[in-house]
Write a protein that binds this ligand. Structure first.
Ligand SMILES: Cc1cc2nc3c(=O)[nH]c(=O)nc-3n(C[C@H](O)[C@H](O)[C@H](O)COP(=O)(O)O)c2cc1C
Length: 174
C-alpha cells in the first residue's frame, strides 16, 4: 500500500472480527517498531506481544480507557524509559509505524493509554525502570470503515506559512 494512502485511509479499529491475524503480520508489526528511530537511537523501548485471549483479557482488565481491547486478536504493550527525553514521542512513533504496518495488510488497530499502572506492572512483570506508555489492539475490523472520511480540521486551520496565523501560500494559490 502506498504510504500516503495508508495514512489517509487508516482509522482506529475498536471492534474486531474473530479471524486470526497471521504470524507473519505480527512479526512485520514488531519489526516495524524495531526499525523506528528513537531519541539518540537509545532504543530504550520494549514491546510485549500478547496473543492468547487470557493475556489480552488481562490487559483489558488493567486498562481504564481501552476495555475494547478484549476483542482484539493480539495486542502490543509499549514500555518506555521515562528518564529518556522524549520517551513518549518515541512510543508514539513506534506505535504509528506498527499501526501503518498492520494496515498495509488490512489489519486494523487501536491505541489506548489509560492503565491501572500498578496492576499492569505486576501482571506483566514490568521492570521498575520502565513505564507502560501505550498499548495497541490489533485485528481485522468487524465493521469495515473503508471509504469513511476522517473527522479532521481543514489544513488552513492548523498549518501556517512563516509565522503563526499566516495562511499557507499554496492554499491561497489554489
Ligand atoms: C496519544 C493518544 C492517546 C489515545 N488514547 C486513547 C485511549 O486511551 N483510548 C482510546 O480508545 N483511544 C485513544 N486514542 C485514539 C484517538 O481517540 C484517535 O486517534 C482519534 O479519535 C482519531 O481516530 P480516527 O483516526 O479513527 O479518526 C488515543 C490517540 C492518541 C494519539
Amino acid at each position: 500500500m502506498d504510504t500516503i494512502d495508508a495514512i489517509a485511509t487508516k482509522l482506529e479499529t475498536r471492534q474486531f472480527d474473530q479471524k486470526k491475524v497471521p504470524d507473519e503480520v505480527k512479526m512485520k508489526v514488531l519489526e516495524s517498531a524495531r526499525l523506528t528511530g528513537s531519541s539518540n537511537n537509545t532504543q530504550h523501548w520494549r514491546f510485549i506481544l500478547l496473543e492468547d485471549p487470557q493475556s489480552v483479557g488481562r490487559l483489558a482488565d488493567d486498562s481504564t480507557t481501552g476495555p475494547w481491547v478484549r476483542g482484539a486478536n493480539f495486542a502490543v504493550l509499549i514500555l518506555t524509559d521515562p528518564k529518556v527525553n522524549g520517551h513518549m514521542i518515541d512510543a508514539g512513533r513506534a506505535l504509528q509505524d506498527m499501526q501503518l504496518a498492520a494496515w498495509n495488510y488490512g489489519v486494523g488497530s487501536g491505541i489506548f493509554t489509560g492503565f491501572n499502572q500498578e496492576k499492569l506492572k505486576q501482571d506483566f512483570a514490568i521492570p521498575p525502570n520502565l513505564v507502560p506508555t501505550a498499548a495497541l489492539g490489533f485485528g481485522y475490523a468487524a465493521v469495515k470503515k473503508t471509504g469513511k472520511r476522517k473527522e479532521r480540521k481543514p489544513l488552513e486551520q492548523i498549518a501556517y506559512s512563516g509565522k503563526y496565523g499566516q495562511p499557507l501560500k499554496m492554499a491561497a494559490a489554489k
